[in-house]
Design a protein around this ligand. Structure first.
Ligand code: ZN
Length: 277
């Protein structure tokens, strides 16, 4: 075979791999509860991107702008689109969402109020839900220090994201985060730099800390025995936010971690290279 043709074929063979960016390879998991990484083109100014009307994280990788879109667990598989605003105007950008099956888990709780809260509890739960939703919907400027996140604790995973949960036989919200089996008192470290935007002691989540990593990329840690930070505090990557505990609706000490993008809770395992398709 002539050498030039050889080289041309080699280029063709490696082209798809080269076209796939590092971020795409690491984070593009377009399923409900996953992440879509979309190329937006080049340009000196960052395009603005919206999914379901909510602003989306946009980062520059080499010369190319990319949107990192959080896909809610409730999203229907199939064709989806984001809105892109840049110097050229406004346009839609389509992408495809695949399906994913999530397993079921059955949990027995002795405290039946944590399964069927009384009216006073419900008033409290709704107030706390609104407060936490506002935190998830906040959008600060600035690029996250790192998109591939550090593990907040080192230890085995005990419950995965998206598991459909039945408490005392009754179905409740699916598991919106990732659990690590670690002893009470273990320090929890922020997986990227950020700012503490909310702390609270909540009915279901117990002692809770929200850390904003930038542009709607938000971590939440809950069930903590102790909170070590204040609202508004700016944290370096790896700073301790608190200690593992079993406060709120928990059957024992563990570290529960949520990751949110554009107000969609997504699988934290994606960001630590532990995603299971
Ligand atoms: Zn959990």
């Amino acid at each position: 075979m002539p050498r030039l043709l050889c080289i041309a074929l080699l280029c063709l063979a490696t082209w798809p791999a080269l076209a796939d960016s590092y971020l795409t390879r690491q984070l593009n998991r377009p399923v409900p509860g996953g992440v879509a990484v979309l190329a937006l083109g080049e340009g000196s100014r960052a395009p603005q991107v919206f999914f379901d009307g909510k602003p989306v994280l946009v980062v520059k990788e080499q010369a190319t702008w990319r949107a990192v879109v959080g896909l809610p667990l409730s999203l229907k598989p199939g064709a989806q689109q984001v809105q892109v605003k840049d110097a050229a105007g406004e346009r839609s950008l389509g992408f495809s969402v695949g399906s994913k099956r999530y397993p079921e888990q059955r949990i027995t709780l002795k405290n039946t109020r944590q399964v069927n809260p009384n009216p006073d509890d419900l008033t409290r739960i709704n107030r706390e839900l609104a407060e936490q939703t506002r935190a998830y919907q906040s959008f600060s400027l600035g690029t996250p220090s790192n998109l591939l996140l550090d593990k907040p604790v080192s230890g085995p995973l005990s419950s995965r994201f998206g598991v459909r949960r039945f408490f005392n036989g009754e179905e409740r919200n699916p598991h919106a985060g990732l659990d690590f089996a670690v002893p009470a008192g273990t320090p929890i470290k922020t997986p990227a730099a950020g700012k503490v935007i909310l702390i609270g002691d909540y009915f279901f989540n117990g002692n809770t800390v929200f850390v904003d990593h930038g542009q709607g990329f938000i971590s939440m840690f809950c069930h903590m025995s102790k909170i070590d930070v204040q609202p508004g505090q700016v944290l370096a990557r790896g700073a301790v936010v608190g200690r593992v505990g079993a406060t709120g609706r928990a059957t024992g000490p563990h570290m529960h971690w949520n990751v949110s993008l554009n107000d969609a809770r997504v699988d934290p395992a994606i960001f630590i290279g532990a995603f299971q398709p």
